[in-house]
Design a protein around this ligand. Structure first.
Ligand code: HEC
Length: 116
């Protein structure tokens, strides 16, 4: 009986732990694309989505994917200068990822505020 309860509890905790580690990254929407166009007038939704994919594929190999709201624009710029060498990015890929991160940061900030 006790063993059963213990295993149910640890199973539940295990599932919760896995679920909290795999919170999906926000996917760019039309709203994000319009916001991005204020900064870069050649930006569009397809480019943001491409940046999103590149971020997942190129930046999650050595560490977990940092949330866009972890760093400021300037900090992301500096980090990407360094990390693009580690991830062997082309100049275009680096720019796509940078724009994705800077654009999506606002969406994360809004999401966090909505929770409060
Ligand atoms: C080859 C492995 C590797 C790849 C690929 C890689 N990183 Fe890193 N990253 C590291 C290591 C190691 C550190 C910690 C030491 C450092 O800052 O150099 C780090 C640190 C960071 C930090 C700093 C976290 C902090 O708390 O200061 C950020 C942000 C980051 N990486 C983002 C990225 C992004 C964005 C990409 C994709 C372009 C990327 N990384 C790809 C190895 C990698």
């Amino acid at each position: 009986m006790n063993i059963k309860i213990t295993s149910i509890i640890s199973l539940t905790l295990g599932i919760l732990l896995v679920a909290s580690c795999s919170v999906p990254l926000l996917v760019p929407t039309e709203n994000d694309a319009s916001r991005a166009q204020i900064k870069w007038n050649d930006e569009n939704l397809a480019a943001l989505q491409h940046g999103h994919q590149l971020y997942i594929n190129k930046c999650g190999k050595c560490h977990y994917l940092y949330r866009p709201n972890k760093l400021s624009d300037e900090q992301w710029q500096n980090k990407l200068d360094k990390m693009s060498l580690k991830a062997k990015l082309t100049i275009e890929e680096k720019e796509l990822i940078l724009r994705y991160l800077i654009t999506m940061r606002d969406s994360y900030v809004q999401q966090e505020q909505a929770k409060k």
